[in-house]
Ligand binder design. Structure first.
Ligand code: GLY
Length: 378
């Protein structure tokens, strides 16, 4: 990514230094475990098959790749997390669409940084499992595994597609890319609305492939606009554009970004859903802001002139607000405060979330000239 002359402001350097120091000091307690939400200043851990398993090793890799003097302890912890995921790769029934989040930030990251052949092999197995979830009739990648959800797809899955694009490049076999592109086409057609907001869940008839209904999922309601879902739509769509060059995906990213940006409150960090009946008690979701900011930087990278400046400016203004108003002090292990995981399930509301931290640090890392692990490799 070309960052020439853009990101010399001191707040960016300070934000990076503070975040990298937090990751390093937290690594002493977290080790090779899998943090998710933070409670009373400390991350709580999940088993390795949970969808968030890649974010901590991903953070370790982001910090490691930036270091001049490499802290090999960070690399070893990231590799230990990756090795722990090996048992998950064998548990077929527990694998779902989130394979992309999990192995992109572990094995693909490791492969990109160290060219470790074992990591490449793991990521190819993961990509094969992900590809196998494709429903040919409905042209979508199946989300979860419950029998009653056999025809469900979700907006988050846009972020799993880079693993398939990567696998096509690695293997020279276009099938992975064909499936990723077909799924992304379905998302543009059925998930991203004309105004740029997005459904979380769309249900298809798994036999005929017809669209049957939509569901609110982690959002407030079927027709609401779950903030993180819109952020996934922005970032996932621009990634599909970067990997395929198909302008329809860039237009979808612009539509979703337009909705996200015009509906942000003054501090540039959204409430957990853009269409709540009242925002009086609605918690914010700093993770949605971080994901969107990182995606907007990718949009800036593929655009030119005023458009590129616009998306860069928006990303920087979100990141500045997160840095100034949402970062924690030394009593908290996580970096970003006030994320919202899942309001309908009453989980992790107004809490730091590992993926909020990941995307915030990823965006700062881009400002320092690094490419992300979602590719395409430059
Ligand atoms: N299920 C992914 C998310 O919470 O965004």
């Amino acid at each position: 990514m070309n960052t020439e002359g853009l990101y010399t402001e001191s707040w960016i350097q300070d934000a990076w230094d503070k975040a990298a120091a937090k990751v390093t000091s937290a690594s002493a307690r977290i080790g090779a475990q899998f943090p998710h939400g933070s409670h009373e200043g400390r991350f709580q851990f999940m088993p390795p098959h949970y969808w968030t398993a890649g974010f901590w090793p991903g953070l370790l890799w982001l910090v490691y790749q930036d270091q001049v003097q490499k802290d090999e302890e960070l690399r070893q912890l990231a590799e230990s997390c990756e090795e722990k995921l090996d048992t998950v790769l064998q548990e077929y029934e527990r694998l779902d669409h989130d394979i992309g989040f999990m192995w992109t930030l572990t094995s693909v990251a490791n492969w990109q940084i160290t060219q470790n052949e074992a990591s490449r092999h793991r990521a190819m197995i993961a990509a094969s499992h992900l590809m196998a979830r494709f429903n040919v009739k409905g042209q979508f990648i199946r989300a979860w595994n419950q029998p009653e959800r056999v025809g469900w797809a979700i907006i988050d899955c846009m972020m799993n597609l880079p693993l398939l694009y990567w696998a096509s490049k690695q293997s020279g076999d276009p099938r992975f890319r064909h499936i990723a592109t077909a799924h992304a086409d379905t998302v543009v057609k059925h998930f991203i609305r004309d105004d740029g907001s997005a459904y979380h869940i769309v249900c298809f008839d798994p036999e005929t492939g017809e669209r049957v209904s939509a569901r609110g999922g982690q959002g407030y309601a079927e027709k609401s606009a779950w903030a993180r879902g819109v952020a996934w739509a922005i970032y996932g769509s621009v990634l599909s554009y970067r990997h395929t060059g198909r302008t329809g995906f860039l237009e979808a990213a612009e539509r979703a970004a337009g909705y996200f940006l015009t509906n942000l409150p003054e501090d540039r960090v959204p409430y957990w859903d853009f269409r709540l009946p009242t925002f009086e008690h609605g918690p914010k979701d700093s993770s949605a802001a971080a994901i969107a900011a990182s995606g907007l930087l990718d949009m800036a990278a593929v655009m030119e002139g005023e458009q590129a400046e616009f998306y860069k400016g928006e990303a920087l203004s979100i990141l500045k607000s997160l840095t100034q108003q949402y970062t924690s002090d030394d009593t908290e292990e996580a970096i970003l405060l006030y994320g919202t995981g899942n309001v309908p399930m009453n989980q992790n509301i107004n809490r730091p979330l590992i993926y909020g931290d990941y995307y915030y640090v990823e965006a700062l890392s881009k400002l320092r000239g690094h490419s992300s692990f979602w590719g395409p490799e430059e």
